[in-house]
Design a protein around this ligand. Structure first.
Ligand code: SAM
Length: 366
């Protein structure tokens, strides 16, 4: 079945939220969670398709009752739905009541009809004041002209939030090929000097450059990756996720790689030239290998390699495979802190070791 891009977007939102809420639910520090959908839309579409606020409410309702059944302490899930169009918010309210999607036990529910730009400073202040609480922000505009990188940075700066940004990047790519419009220059210019922006051969390449630029611009404290949704040949939509929460990011990357592998094929048939997609995928792993080798020219601990792997959107098992190959070829030196040789084929690249024994071994290319 061919899915419309907005349905795939909603599936990804649901998946992200489920994973995020699951990771938080098992944490001792679980506090109230505030979910902001800043461009929420009308909730239910003419074809009965569900929009983001409905999916958010369904997901928190399921999590709330599942946690309650398991005896996990349940803090509140507070939602804020905003859209600039009043009729959409009114329709959304009616749908939520009709479908009984919300109970006051779950948390508070707030609506607003405000321009995103006006609303944002207040939300940033609210998130900055959080102590135990956490924020999840979904940004789903029609285009990118109102979205500033600085907005995303300010939403992230408290280290208590996750941001999910959906961008219809096919427009960016098209514009980029035929001369860059002012608003795109501004957008990229916030990330890097525009004259250093690499020329992209394909839409996927363009999104990779954008992800890389976000990573460089946000620095080591934040993790960034993107899901690519393809609709037609050379039409790309992209969901970026940003967080400072390394374990949450690890789980999300895991889900992303699974989707690419399993359902990924389900989406690929919308690209006429499947070979194109395969070539892109191979290149991704290849690029990471080159980066990892360059990174290992300097002595690195297992903890540092774990972080590096995630920063580059890859999984510990990708790093392990590459390290194994290097070791087999005699190119890798692996030492314990006391300087003796480490056990062969064990690299300790995972979250548990990162947390408990980040200096268990040191690796370097010979
Ligand atoms: C892509 S749609 C959102 C779809 C929604 N997230 C969903 O999943 O159903 C973008 C929405 O942003 C709203 N909008 C446009 N400009 C806005 C602004 N400056 N501030 C807030 N909302 C805006 C539009 O009314 C529209 O409903």
């Amino acid at each position: 079945m061919m899915l419309h891009h907005s349905e795939i977007k909603i599936q990804l939102l649901k998946l992200y939220l489920e994973r995020y809420l699951n990771v938080l639910s098992v944490s001792k520090f679980f506090g109230n969670i505030h979910l902001y959908d800043l461009f929420c839309g009308e909730g239910i579409y003419e074809n009965n398709g569900k929009g983001s606020p409905i999916v958010i409410l369904e997901t928190i309702k399921n999590t709330y009752f599942a946690n309650k059944a398991k005896g996990i302490r349940t803090d509140k899930f507070n939602c804020r739905f905003n859209d600039i169009e009043r009729w959409k918010i009114e329709k959304l309210k009616t749908e939520i009541t009709k479908r009984k999607l919300h109970y006051s036990d779950i948390g508070e529910l707030e609506y607003s009809v405000t321009d995103y730009k006006v609303l944002l400073p207040g939300i940033v202040n609210e998130i900055d004041s959080f102590k135990k609480e956490k924020a999840f922000v979904f940004i789903d505009p029609y285009g990118y002209k109102d979205i500033k990188v600085a907005n995303i940075k300010s939403l992230l700066r408290s280290n208590r939030s996750e941001v999910l940004l959906f961008l219809p990047t096919q427009f960016m790519f098209r514009f980029e090929k035929h001369g860059t419009p002012e608003c795109l220059i501004d957008f990229i210019g916030e990330l890097m000097p525009i004259e250093q922006w690499p020329e992209s051969e394909t839409g996927v390449g363009f999104i990779e450059s954008l992800t890389e630029a976000f990573r460089n611009s946000l620095g080591n404290e934040y993790y960034v990756d993107s899901f690519i949704i393809t609709r037609e040949k050379n039409q790309f939509f992209c969901l970026f996720f940003f967080t400072s929460h390394i374990y949450g990011f690890d789980r999300m990357l895991d889900a992303k790689w699974k989707i690419d592998e399993e359902e990924g094929r389900g989406w690929q048939h919308v690209i006429e030239n499947t070979l194109f997609d395969q070539v892109e995928k191979k290149a991704n792993t290849f690029k990471f290998e080159r980066k990892l080798i360059a990174f290992l020219r300097t002595d690195r601990t297992n903890g540092q390699i774990y972080q590096f792997t995630l920063h580059n959107g890859h999984l510990p098992n990708h790093a392990n495979e590459i390290l194994m190959k290097l070791q087999t070829n005699g190119q890798l030196k692996a030492l314990k802190p006391d300087g003796t040789k480490a056990r062969k084929s064990s690299f300790y690249i995972n979250y548990q070791d990162y947390k408990n024994e980040p200096n268990k071994i040191r690796l370097k290319i010979n």
